[in-house]
Structure formats: C-alpha cells, structure tokens
Design a protein around this ligand. Sequence first.
Ligand SMILES: Cc1cc2nc3c(=O)[nH]c(=O)nc-3n(C[C@H](O)[C@H](O)[C@H](O)COP(=O)(O)O)c2cc1C
Length: 412
Amino acid sequence: MNDQNREVPLLFTPIQLRSVVARNRIVCSPMCQYMSDDGGPAEWQLVNFGRFAIGGSGIVFGEETAVEARGRKTYHCAGLYNDLHVTQYRRINDFIKSLGSVPAIQLGHCGRRASAHGPLQDRAPLTEEDARRGLQPWQGLAPSAIPATPGGSVPRAMDRDDIRANIAAWREATLRSLDAGYDIVEIHGAHGYLIHQFLSPVSNQRTDGYGGSLEGRMRFALEVTDAVRDAWPADKPLFFRISSIDGTGGEWGMDDSLALARELKAHGVDVIDCSSGGITGDGTLAPLPRVPGYQAAYAREIKKEVGIATAAVGLITEPSHAETILREGQADLIALARELMDNPNWPLHAARALGLSEPLDLVHAREAQRLKLRESHRKEYPPGKAVDIPFGPEENVPYAWEALSAGARMRR
Ligand SMILES: Cc1cc2nc3c(=O)[nH]c(=O)nc-3n(C[C@H](O)[C@H](O)[C@H](O)COP(=O)(O)O)c2cc1C
C-alpha cells in the first residue's frame, strides 16, 4: 500500500467537537500539580503542560482548577477565581496552541475535601500547627455536614444562598477560561468532589430539592452545567467527568451514570469523560481490578446507550490498545495521565507503532528536521554494516557498531 492509500489510524484521525478540531484523539488527562501560587500557575505548569503539547497530544488538559479559593484542597492547588489568573493561564495556552494542541481546562470545586495537606504529606486536614506556620485551616462546603473521612473536618451544609453563590463562581470561572484562551472546558463531577458529593447518597442527605431521589441529587450538577454552558460559547465543546461507578457498597452504578449522562447531553454536554470512584476518599476507591483500560467499558456503555461522545481513561498504555478501543466504538477519545508523565512523546511513538505515514509531523518542525536526519542515518547504516571511521587525514579504522555495543574495543 502506498502512503496515500494507507489507512490513517483512528487515534490520529482529527476529531471535531463543535467548531474545535483536535489533530488526534490523544488527550492529556487532567493532572493536579499542587504547585500553584495563590491559585495561579507558575513556570512548572508552563513546562509540564507544554511538554505534552510538544509531544503531540491532540488535547492538553491542565489540572483540576478551583472556581473559588475555598474550593481548593490545599493552599497549592490551582484556581481561576481571580482576574489576575487569566494572563497567567493565557501564557501557557498560547504556547500549547502554538504547538498545534487544543488547551483544555478542568474546572472543579473540592467541597468537603478542602483545607488539607498535599499528597506528598498525608492529605490529612490542616491543623492548628499548620495555622501557626501561616496555613490557616478553612471550612469546606458540602451538600450535608458529613466529613469526607471518619473524624475528618466537618463541612458546612450549603444553604440556598451558598448554592446560588457557588453556581455564580462556576459561571465566572468559565468566563475567565474563555479569556485565558481555553478551547475546551470540563466540569469535574467525579472523584468525590463537590458535584459528586451532591450526586452520591453517601454524602448528600439533604431533604430539600437538591437531595433525596436521583433527580434531586442530580439537580446541582445540572444547574452548574447550565451556568457553564450558558457562559461558554456555543461553538466550543463542554466535557463532564463522572465517576461511572462508585462506592464499596455500590452506591452509584451504571444505571445512575446512564441517567446522568442522558441529562447532561440534554443540557449541552458534548463529551462524558468516564472515570470512577472517590466519594469515600482515596483509600476506598471503587474496587476495580486495575487491568489495562479498566474504565473503558463504562465509556462504551454510555456511548452506546446515550449516544454521546465519550473519553476512555485508565491504564491505557499501548498504542494498539488505544486504537482498538476507538475502532470498536467504545470511545471517541483516549485520555492518558501517568503514561504521558512517563513518556510525554507517547503520541510520536504511538504514531510510529501504528504506521502513520508521517509520524514526525506531530512534533515541531525544529525537532522533526533533526529526527528525520537521524532516521536517514539509521537507514543508511543499519546495525552490523561495516564502515571505515576516519581517524585522521590518512588513517581509517574498520568499524561495525554491533561489535562496539557488544563490548569489543575499537581496533586501531
Ligand atoms: C498526578 C495526577 C494528578 C491527577 N489529577 C487529576 C485531576 O486534577 N483531575 C482528575 O479528574 N483526575 C486527575 N487524575 C486522574 C487522571 O486524570 C486519570 O484519570 C488517572 O490517572 C487514570 O489514568 P492513567 O492510568 O492514564 O494515569 C490525576 C492523576 C495523576 C496521576
């Protein structure tokens, strides 16, 4: 087959979501960094998220970004609750766009999981000792006054005014996201954070219209979605991350997710990003066997039953596996987190592995030029080919690199 007739791997087929086109289906999944300064990104984020665009990912998410300051888990979590943040994020997004990737933001609010130490410490609630070091604990918000972990800090149950103010914060952060140059917004409705706290009967024991039945528990999620959709341009896509199943006792299952996904679709969400677990804290995530692609079946069910685009995430590391998930129609996007952290150039390697005709088109021309040159060297001098290496004007040394790599000394 010549190059023109070669079938392009689905992973590298561009995808259009509303008016936004991503060059391939590889998504750098949201990854919290705990490296922000009063919510704003620093050099770390520019370099860290920039490397995923350099490596060729189609869509590059930053990290969960809090819509208000008290919606951060730690003092070092990211936020977009201040107009001053806009130019800081715009700098990163301009860079990501200049490399051909689509910059995306995950907006979130941690609710009752506020005021904690970071993951490198112990994630435990801030204490009076932290306060003495200038890290004053603050009270989280939640649907009900139930701590995230037994004995943890008790959040304030949100009243109607809190809910109204919170939804307004989502709206403002969405407007700032637009100013900052993002092309995709994702609402974080998973992993035990505020929206998930409203959805789950474990954390939502309200008796008003925001609790009780599934319909009541979904209300906050849908009101946030409406506010974000309304503030976000009609030609830009909206994603929503869910915990597809959750709870050791199965408090949230696929039927709940299907019902939620149907509503989200009706409320203008374009992509359901299918994760799982989290309401009872990191120690008790849904007991899933962590096999490669362990959450892809949720993406498949939601796509099939609801007729909405989905993203599959969770231990997808092999290009052929990513391609199969797409080919079998299980998902429209493949999100990677730790694999990209391990290998930011994964898209380039995947393009080669899947036989894309011009894999180096994925990276910047400056890199592509040198890498093409290197490929031509490797074609010209395959392993074992004997050559003469010049040692001076008159002297040549016979040399085969196989011998050298086997530990033999070069003969002179
Ligand atoms: C360092 C790190 C930070 C993460 N932060 C977030 C986050 O901010 N928001 C989120 O929804 N998921 C977060 N996740 C979960 C990932 O997006 C992803 O769903 C999960 O790691 C499974 O994908 P993987 O097996 O490719 O890593 C994080 C994961 C890692 C490794």
